[in-house]
Design a protein around this ligand. Structure first.
Ligand SMILES: Cc1ncc(COP(=O)(O)O)c(C=O)c1O
Length: 475
């Protein structure tokens, strides 16, 4: 078989290949740990020993056998309750099934004739995202490869809109204005590094990113922000964008969106809200208030491959004023003819940085349909509730220190020992198959739980606390 066809033989061959692949995956782990614990040198040696491009193909069964033997055992198992280092989630089972639909059809989202049903689904899901945020009828959204690309798209559109409005300058046509060295983007000192990357890619450089100080709850210090921006404006700098983070990568802290909107409005800046992490709270009646005022932001990043537990990659960027997507509009004779669009053939390439693009919205569609609002609410409430439980268990424990009360599902903490012990604890746990996070706060090594697995129980959290305590006592 080369590719799927309507022949029964091809269908049964694909069914068999998928079945065998699932068996190989299921056979590749026998315990509940997250990782085999193999060291990187040994793993590299084994993988490099594989002749990836043999002169003659090994065939499906042999390829699967090699993959099973050398690779699958050492894949990271995101579904393990012992995996919690990053904003990296296990995938809901039905969303894995929907990945099959996406891969089998292999539709591409750039033009309607490459993805008719998927285009209509993405548009519906985008309207739903806008309404969950609280946006009005002029809003619009598009799917992206992840939070970094959503942020890049938002910052690009913010730059374009600001230049058009304030300088009468068409940055899409002419690039950055002569005064570009004075353009500034303001964001928290603990916001995601995609802000720096975006400004680099836009030709503004890291110099354009001003990192604002945070308060004891790890939210932008509003008074300090006002002072810094005021002084910058007096010095001739041009604030084109402020980025609020709704769920910082380490702490899950959420900036005060209304206050940042007030400052943004005063200086005519675009307010972007990076809710790559916190957007999951849109699904929870209990925790929706964490995202208070999110509808005030001019644009919002929503990552479905974080709290929503959908497979990578799955993200969207939403705009209060959808006309800003014009930054990415371009017409190619071979792809997205204007005359087709006039007749209702929507070509989503006009809103996207990407051209060929996976039909990721199908995962959202399928999982939302499967679980409904209450199903997602349970997931979000359980994960945030687990973080609150973990925090409550260690906050008065003299062996531990945990400086920030969690708003979402991350808890930063450390053993009350020196940095080296905390570092060694994380490394020792990794070698035993328990993968926890590590970061730095105020110059000190901290450990981190990012709790995105709703299957995690309080009992398991209790066991992890003891495991960390005992591991620390070995050093
Ligand atoms: C707050 C925040 N924004 C953006 C991103 C980037 O998202 P992605 O990894 O999907 O590009 C992350 C990643 O963890 C994040 O934590």
């Amino acid at each position: 078989m080369y590719v799927l066809s309507s022949s029964e033989n091809d269908k049964s061959e694909l069914r068999e290949q998928i079945g065998k692949t699932l068996d190989a995956v299921f056979d590749s782990f026998s315990d509940s740990s997250a990782f085999s614990g193999i060291n990187p040198y040994e793993l590299r040696k084994r993988i490099q020993a594989i002749d990836i491009l043999p002169d003659h193909g090994a065939g499906f069964d042999k390829a699967l056998e090699i993959t099973k033997k050398e690779v699958l055992e050492h894949m990271l198992r995101t579904w393990s309750a012992d995996y919690m280092p990053h904003l990296h989630s296990p995938a809901l089972t039905e969303s894995i099934a929907s990945e099959l639909i996406i891969s089998i059809y292999n539709n591409s989202m750039d033009s309607w004739d490459q993805s008719p049903a998927a285009t209509e689904i993405e548009e519906c899901v985008c309207r739903l995202i806008c309404s969950l945020i609280g946006y009005g009828k002029n809003s619009d959204a598009v799917f992206t490869s992840g939070g970094s690309q959503s942020n890049l798209a938002a910052i690009t559109m913010a730059r374009d809109a600001w230049c058009r409005k304030n300088l009468g300058w068409d940055a899409k046509m002419h690039g950055n204005p002569d005064s570009f060295r004075r353009l500034r983007l303001y964001t928290s000192g603990i916001s995601h590094f995609s802000m720096d990357k975006s400004c680099h890619m836009l030709g503004l450089g890291w110099d354009a990113v001003v990192k604002l100080p945070v308060d004891s709850a790890c939210r932008i210090d509003i008074r300090a922000a006002e002072e810094i921006i005021k002084k910058d404006v007096q010095a001739g700098l041009m604030p084109f964008c402020i980025v609020a983070t709704a769920g910082t990568t380490d702490f899950g802290s959420v900036d005060n969106i209304a206050e940042l909107k007030r400052i943004a409005d005063r200086y005519g800046a675009h307010l972007h809200c990076d809710a790559a992490y916190g957007s999951g709270a849109l699904m929870s009646r209990r925790y929706r208030s964490v995202l208070k005022d999110i509808e005030l932001a001019d644009s919002v990043t929503v990552d479905f491959h974080k709290m929503f537990l959908l497979p990578i990659s799955c993200s969207a960027v939403a705009l209060k004023d959808g006309s800003l997507f014009d930054s990415f509009a371009l017409h190619a004779d071979y792809l997205n003819r204007e005359e087709d669009e006039e007749d209702g053939y929507v070509n989503l390439v006009g809103k996207s940085i990407q051209t060929t693009r996976r039909a990721d919205a199908i995962k959202v569609f399928f999982s939302f349909l499967t679980r409904g609002r209450d199903g997602f609410e349970t997931i979000i409430d359980t994960c945030i509730g687990n973080a609150a439980y973990f925090y409550s268990r260690i906050k008065d424990d003299s062996d531990f220190c945990t400086p920030v009360c969690p708003e979402l599902s991350s808890v930063v903490f450390c053993l009350n020992r020196d940095d080296e012990v905390n570092r060694k604890v994380r490394r020792a746990l990794l070698c035993e198959g328990t993968v926890i996070g590590q970061t730095v706060m105020n110059g000190h090594v901290m450990l981190k739980f990012t709790l995105l697995n709703p299957a995690l129980t309080h009992e398991h959290i209790d066991n992890l606390i003891e495991k960390i305590r005992q591991t620390g006592s070995r050093f």
